[in-house]
Design a protein around this ligand. Structure first.
Ligand SMILES: [Fe+2]
Length: 203
Protein backbone atom coordinates (compact mmCIF):
# COMPACT_ATOMS: atom_id res chain seq x y z
CA UNK A 1 0.00 0.00 0.00
CA UNK A 2 1.13 3.54 -0.71
CA UNK A 3 2.32 5.45 2.31
CA UNK A 4 1.11 8.94 2.96
CA UNK A 5 2.44 12.09 4.60
CA UNK A 6 -0.12 14.08 6.56
CA UNK A 7 -0.27 17.54 8.10
CA UNK A 8 -2.65 18.21 10.99
CA UNK A 9 -3.35 21.91 11.42
CA UNK A 10 -4.34 24.00 14.44
CA UNK A 11 -8.04 23.58 13.60
CA UNK A 12 -7.74 19.78 13.56
CA UNK A 13 -8.00 19.45 9.80
CA UNK A 14 -5.74 16.77 8.36
CA UNK A 15 -4.42 17.24 4.85
CA UNK A 16 -2.44 14.89 2.63
CA UNK A 17 0.98 16.21 1.60
CA UNK A 18 2.86 15.40 -1.51
CA UNK A 19 5.78 13.00 -1.04
CA UNK A 20 8.69 14.28 -3.12
CA UNK A 21 10.10 11.51 -5.28
CA UNK A 22 13.24 13.28 -6.37
CA UNK A 23 15.61 11.82 -3.81
CA UNK A 24 19.00 10.85 -5.01
CA UNK A 25 18.99 7.52 -3.22
CA UNK A 26 22.39 6.30 -2.31
CA UNK A 27 23.50 2.84 -1.26
CA UNK A 28 24.76 4.26 2.00
CA UNK A 29 22.35 4.30 4.95
CA UNK A 30 21.09 7.73 5.97
CA UNK A 31 22.43 7.73 9.51
CA UNK A 32 21.01 9.55 12.50
CA UNK A 33 23.89 12.02 12.78
CA UNK A 34 23.45 13.14 9.16
CA UNK A 35 19.72 13.41 9.71
CA UNK A 36 20.40 15.59 12.77
CA UNK A 37 22.79 17.80 10.80
CA UNK A 38 20.21 18.25 8.05
CA UNK A 39 17.59 19.05 10.68
CA UNK A 40 19.83 21.66 12.26
CA UNK A 41 20.24 23.35 8.87
CA UNK A 42 16.46 23.46 8.41
CA UNK A 43 15.85 24.76 11.93
CA UNK A 44 18.41 27.53 11.34
CA UNK A 45 17.16 28.59 7.93
CA UNK A 46 13.39 27.99 7.93
CA UNK A 47 11.38 30.04 10.41
CA UNK A 48 7.84 29.12 9.50
CA UNK A 49 6.58 25.91 11.12
CA UNK A 50 4.60 24.68 8.11
CA UNK A 51 7.60 25.19 5.84
CA UNK A 52 9.81 23.49 8.38
CA UNK A 53 7.50 20.51 8.47
CA UNK A 54 7.44 20.41 4.69
CA UNK A 55 11.24 20.30 4.68
CA UNK A 56 11.54 17.81 7.55
CA UNK A 57 8.96 15.20 6.46
CA UNK A 58 11.03 13.93 3.50
CA UNK A 59 14.10 13.60 5.73
CA UNK A 60 12.10 11.49 8.16
CA UNK A 61 10.88 9.35 5.29
CA UNK A 62 14.44 8.92 4.08
CA UNK A 63 15.63 7.95 7.57
CA UNK A 64 12.75 5.54 7.99
CA UNK A 65 13.41 3.87 4.65
CA UNK A 66 17.16 3.82 4.80
CA UNK A 67 18.14 3.18 8.41
CA UNK A 68 17.58 -0.36 9.68
CA UNK A 69 19.17 0.71 12.93
CA UNK A 70 16.08 2.73 13.79
CA UNK A 71 13.75 -0.29 13.65
CA UNK A 72 15.29 -1.81 16.78
CA UNK A 73 15.74 1.35 18.84
CA UNK A 74 12.91 1.33 21.35
CA UNK A 75 12.15 0.49 24.95
CA UNK A 76 9.58 -2.10 26.04
CA UNK A 77 6.44 -0.43 27.42
CA UNK A 78 6.32 0.20 31.14
CA UNK A 79 3.82 -2.41 32.48
CA UNK A 80 2.23 0.19 34.74
CA UNK A 81 1.62 2.90 32.15
CA UNK A 82 1.47 0.79 28.98
CA UNK A 83 3.90 2.99 27.12
CA UNK A 84 7.57 3.97 26.94
CA UNK A 85 9.84 6.63 25.49
CA UNK A 86 13.43 6.10 24.38
CA UNK A 87 15.16 9.46 23.96
CA UNK A 88 17.49 9.35 20.97
CA UNK A 89 18.49 13.00 21.06
CA UNK A 90 17.71 15.84 23.45
CA UNK A 91 20.07 18.69 24.16
CA UNK A 92 19.54 21.67 26.43
CA UNK A 93 19.09 24.93 24.51
CA UNK A 94 18.74 23.20 21.18
CA UNK A 95 15.15 23.14 19.96
CA UNK A 96 14.84 19.50 19.04
CA UNK A 97 13.76 16.25 20.67
CA UNK A 98 14.09 12.90 18.90
CA UNK A 99 12.60 9.76 20.43
CA UNK A 100 10.92 6.44 19.79
CA UNK A 101 7.64 5.81 21.57
CA UNK A 102 5.94 2.45 22.17
CA UNK A 103 2.28 1.94 23.11
CA UNK A 104 0.79 -1.35 24.23
CA UNK A 105 -2.26 -2.55 22.29
CA UNK A 106 -5.53 -0.80 23.26
CA UNK A 107 -3.77 2.03 25.10
CA UNK A 108 -5.26 5.47 24.52
CA UNK A 109 -3.35 8.71 25.08
CA UNK A 110 -4.81 11.79 26.72
CA UNK A 111 -6.09 14.47 24.35
CA UNK A 112 -3.30 17.01 23.95
CA UNK A 113 -1.43 19.49 21.81
CA UNK A 114 2.37 19.75 21.78
CA UNK A 115 2.89 23.53 21.72
CA UNK A 116 5.57 23.04 19.09
CA UNK A 117 5.82 21.47 15.68
CA UNK A 118 5.95 17.67 15.60
CA UNK A 119 6.51 14.81 13.19
CA UNK A 120 5.56 11.22 13.96
CA UNK A 121 6.47 8.29 11.72
CA UNK A 122 4.91 4.92 12.39
CA UNK A 123 7.50 2.14 12.47
CA UNK A 124 5.21 -0.76 13.36
CA UNK A 125 1.70 -1.52 14.55
CA UNK A 126 -1.42 0.46 13.76
CA UNK A 127 -2.35 3.72 15.41
CA UNK A 128 -5.61 5.65 15.34
CA UNK A 129 -5.18 9.40 15.57
CA UNK A 130 -8.22 11.43 16.57
CA UNK A 131 -8.23 15.16 15.84
CA UNK A 132 -9.97 17.81 17.89
CA UNK A 133 -10.81 21.44 17.48
CA UNK A 134 -11.38 24.12 20.07
CA UNK A 135 -15.08 25.02 20.25
CA UNK A 136 -15.07 26.98 23.50
CA UNK A 137 -17.31 29.86 24.42
CA UNK A 138 -17.28 32.28 27.33
CA UNK A 139 -18.46 29.68 29.80
CA UNK A 140 -16.26 26.84 28.67
CA UNK A 141 -13.17 28.30 27.09
CA UNK A 142 -11.43 24.94 26.78
CA UNK A 143 -14.25 22.98 25.24
CA UNK A 144 -13.18 20.92 22.24
CA UNK A 145 -14.97 18.78 19.68
CA UNK A 146 -13.86 15.87 17.57
CA UNK A 147 -13.28 16.81 13.94
CA UNK A 148 -11.70 13.75 12.38
CA UNK A 149 -9.55 10.67 12.64
CA UNK A 150 -6.91 8.83 10.68
CA UNK A 151 -5.50 5.33 10.96
CA UNK A 152 -1.75 5.23 10.51
CA UNK A 153 0.09 2.20 9.16
CA UNK A 154 3.82 1.52 9.22
CA UNK A 155 5.58 3.98 6.92
CA UNK A 156 2.94 6.69 7.34
CA UNK A 157 4.19 10.06 8.54
CA UNK A 158 1.99 12.58 10.29
CA UNK A 159 3.04 16.10 11.21
CA UNK A 160 1.44 18.63 13.51
CA UNK A 161 1.37 22.37 13.92
CA UNK A 162 1.87 23.65 17.48
CA UNK A 163 -1.80 23.96 18.43
CA UNK A 164 -3.10 20.87 16.64
CA UNK A 165 -4.97 18.77 19.23
CA UNK A 166 -4.97 15.00 19.01
CA UNK A 167 -5.21 11.72 20.88
CA UNK A 168 -3.79 8.39 19.82
CA UNK A 169 -4.90 4.81 20.31
CA UNK A 170 -2.86 1.69 19.61
CA UNK A 171 -5.32 -0.44 17.65
CA UNK A 172 -3.15 -3.33 16.46
CA UNK A 173 -2.64 -6.66 18.25
CA UNK A 174 1.03 -5.85 18.72
CA UNK A 175 2.45 -2.66 20.29
CA UNK A 176 2.84 0.43 18.11
CA UNK A 177 6.32 1.85 17.69
CA UNK A 178 6.78 5.35 16.35
CA UNK A 179 9.64 7.73 15.68
CA UNK A 180 8.78 11.16 17.05
CA UNK A 181 10.40 14.56 16.56
CA UNK A 182 9.42 17.76 18.28
CA UNK A 183 10.65 21.34 18.31
CA UNK A 184 10.98 23.42 21.45
CA UNK A 185 7.90 23.04 23.65
CA UNK A 186 6.25 26.16 24.99
CA UNK A 187 5.07 24.55 28.24
CA UNK A 188 2.61 27.32 29.06
CA UNK A 189 0.79 26.54 25.84
CA UNK A 190 0.83 22.75 26.08
CA UNK A 191 -2.45 21.32 27.35
CA UNK A 192 -4.16 18.10 28.20
CA UNK A 193 -7.90 18.36 27.61
CA UNK A 194 -10.78 16.95 29.62
CA UNK A 195 -13.83 16.57 27.40
CA UNK A 196 -16.21 15.77 30.27
CA UNK A 197 -15.48 18.97 32.17
CA UNK A 198 -14.57 21.11 29.17
CA UNK A 199 -11.30 21.96 30.85
CA UNK A 200 -7.60 21.91 30.05
CA UNK A 201 -4.48 21.76 32.16
CA UNK A 202 -0.78 22.11 31.43
CA UNK A 203 1.27 18.96 31.38
FE1 LIG B 1 0.95 13.77 20.60
Amino acid sequence: MENTDWLVQDDGSCIACEIPNNWEWSEKPYRLYRFLTDLEDIIETVEDDRQRLEAIRPLVRRLLTSSYWLQGEYREPNPETGWSVLMLYDEIDFPLTVQTVVWEPKKVSPIHNHATWGVVALISGEEKNTFWQRSGDRENRDRIEKVGEKILLPGDIISFTADAIHSVEAISEEPTISFNLYGETNYQQRFEFDIQNHSAKNF
